[in-house]
Design a protein around this ligand. Structure first.
Ligand SMILES: C[S@@+](CC[C@H](N)C(=O)[O-])C[C@H]1O[C@@H](n2cnc3c(N)ncnc32)[C@H](O)[C@@H]1O
Length: 411
């Protein structure tokens, strides 16, 4: 007898391609319950075909809502937002007073759009600036258009901006009308062309796409990054979440060094053959390059001492920097393995190794890397690392990756 999940496999596969999401075991189970509830008389293959037709649109929306994760908060990840404000937004507004065109891709119930509107207002951006919020789920967009939030969703908003930019609306808190007028919401699936145009054309100055790609298959992840990059104006900035570092930065993007976060800037239109600017490893100023050549690989890795840990951190920062200078995967893998020889509990390196192996089509090895990283965090062995990929973020990212690969049958 086939299990419910096997029975619905054609629908799972189609929905995975349609949304870009790598469905975890829990998501598949939620979807199966919805599929049973639809009571569609035909075979799973006929149902997959039905979902592609206009008559199947409402059923499709229900299935997407069964698997999409809409968790969000206003001012989510204050460390990254502070770095964004300091290194991206403030310099941009000082350079030019022109209105900004900002896109929150995968905006959930509008929390990120409200965050961006607040930041623009606080930095004194032109009030003609616009923030577009898009999401695959029409249901969550209906809530987003209200731009009103529970106290829980606002818990990271400091008291000053909270009382200045929000007003009570029943038991909720609505963004003030002047900021609401700068927002627009539209349904858009990141797996589908065309991508939204910035008002007036010419690309977006800023695109936020945080905590969306972490749910995607590696292929959907890469494709989306490329497509988002193409929608940036020259000098525009792409912001992913801290758990979504790029191991290969597309050629038209450049990594903007910042100690607490990473941003990707679209290069000004330059001839393709122009040499890339040589960059130093400015993101990790506290980490010095170790003196002398690396020691030969020992048979049994010694317990990491201070110099081993410094070298491990340095190798790790080289891998992140290498992502934007086109370093081949083999070199990144070598550096990550050397880093892990020096410090086997360097969780950020182990997580990156997992991402790399997954992208190189080695899901079983990737799964093992994620599992080991997760064990190191959970056992308390992992030392805190001075990177934006901090331990709480890594715990979530690794757990998520393990769940995803296990559901895919990578063992
Ligand atoms: C976890 S929320 C992230 C919200 C916000 N960006 C943040 O960081 O707090 C992920 C959102 O991505 C949306 N999403 C998932 N797949 C998508 C796709 N293919 N196209 C557009 N949005 C998608 C989901 O509906 C969900 O609202």
């Amino acid at each position: 007898m086939t299990s419910s999940s096997e029975r619905w496999a054609p629908v799972h596969a189609w929905l995975q391609a349609y949304t870009g999401m790598a469905l975890s075991g829990a998501q598949r189970r939620r979807m199966d319950a919805r599929l049973e509830a639809l009571g569609h008389g035909g075979s799973p293959t006929q149902l997959a075909a039905h979902l592609r037709t206009p008559a199947g649109a409402a059923d499709l929306a229900r299935l997407v809502d069964a698997v999409a994760v809409h968790t969000s908060e206003v001012f989510r990840d204050g460390v990254q937002l502070t770095a964004f404000r300091e290194h991206v937004l403030s310099p941009r507004i000082q350079r030019s007073k022109a209105p900004l065109r900002v896109w929150s891709a995968g905006c959930a119930a509008g929390e990120e759009v409200a965050t961006l509107l607040l930041l623009l207002a606080q930095e004194g951006a032109d009030p003609a600036s616009r923030v577009l919020g898009t999401d695959i789920s029409e249901q969550v967009l209906t809530r987003a258009r209200e731009l009103s939030f529970s106290a829980e969703a606002l818990r990271h908003v400091p008291e000053g901006p909270r009382s200045r930019y929000f007003e009570p609306k029943g038991r909720r808190h609505a963004l003030v009308a002047s900021l609401r007028a700068q927002a627009e919401f539209r349904r858009h699936n990141l797996m589908e062309a065309p991508y939204p145009e910035a008002p007036g054309g010419g690309g977006f100055d800023v695109i936020f796409c945080r905590n969306v790609l972490i749910y995607f298959t590696p292929d959907a992840f890469q494709r989306t990054v490329r497509n988002l990059g193409e929608r940036l104006a020259p000098g525009g900035v792409l912001v992913l979440s801290a758990a979504e570092p790029l191991l290969q930065v597309p050629p038209e993007l450049r990594l903007l060094p910042s100690e607490h976060a990473f941003f990707y800037v679209r290069e000004d239109a330059a001839p393709a053959e122009a040499p890339r600017p040589k960059r130093d490893s400015g993101r990790f100023p506290s980490i010095a390059e170790p003196a002398g050549p690396a020691a030969p690989k020992p048979e049994v890795p010694p317990a990491p001492d201070e110099s081993a840990m410094a070298e491990a951190d340095w190798l790790f920062s080289c891998v992140l920097d290498g992502a934007s200078t086109g370093v081949p995967d083999e070199k990144s893998e070598r550096d990550l393995r050397r880093c892990l020889d020096l410090d086997p509990d360097h969780v950020a390196a182990r997580y990156l190794l997992g991402l790399l192996l997954e992208q190189c089509g080695q899901p079983a090895a990737a799964l093992e890397a994620y599992r080991r990283a997760l064990r190191a965090v959970e056992s308390g062995r992992a030392r805190p690392v001075p990177f934006f990929l901090n331990l709480p973020r890594l715990r979530v990212a690794c757990a998520r990756a393990v769940e995803r690969l296990e559901a895919d049958g990578a063992r």
